[in-house]
Design a protein around this ligand. Structure first.
Ligand code: CU
Length: 152
């Protein structure tokens, strides 16, 4: 009965949306390498996703202490401040300021050959807002950054 109600509700929503796309993208997959680069300059997610997954694969070989990478998501206006405070937070905090409300989501810091992921609710983002993804390892955010486009 519960399932049937859900299906009916979903059908009603689809009808209301008409020809529009039913669901947007809910996963961001990034690769970071030993050349201090992400493979994408832009990624798109939907604020209507119950859960957004951010995946990071470090395709290089260098250790986390030399070429660590993470993915931090914030408003673009907060990026420089978070990167600066991340350096102050230091290696012990994986270069992410602790309990920082500007940080919408962040992965662990990983080294070559490792993978990580993190999830956060789509409702943490506003469609059309100006967001970025970047790495807070010292010096990396100058190159390791991209635009996060948020759709409805
Ligand atoms: Cu990095």
């Amino acid at each position: 009965m519960k399932n049937r109600t859900r299906i009916l509700a979903a059908l009603a929503l689809m009808g209301a949306a008409g020809m529009a796309q039913a669901a947007g993208n809910c996963t961001i997959s990034l690769k970071g390498d030993d050349a201090m680069k992400f493979d994408l300059k832009e990624a798109t997610v939907s604020a209507s996703c119950p859960t957004i997954t951010v995946e990071l694969a470090h395709t290089g070989k260098l250790p986390v202490t030399a070429m660590g990478h993470n993915v931090v998501i914030s408003k673009t206006a907060d990026m420089a401040g978070i990167a600066r405070d991340g350096i102050k937070a230091g290696a012990a905090n994986a270069y992410v300021p602790k309990g920082d409300a500007r940080v919408i989501a962040h992965t662990e810091l990983i080294g070559g050959g490792q993978k990580t992921k993190v999830t956060f609710p789509g409702k943490a983002l506003t469609p059309g807002g100006d967001y970025s993804f970047f790495c807070t390892f010292p010096g990396h955010s100058a190159m390791m950054k991209g635009k996060l486009v948020v759709t409805k």
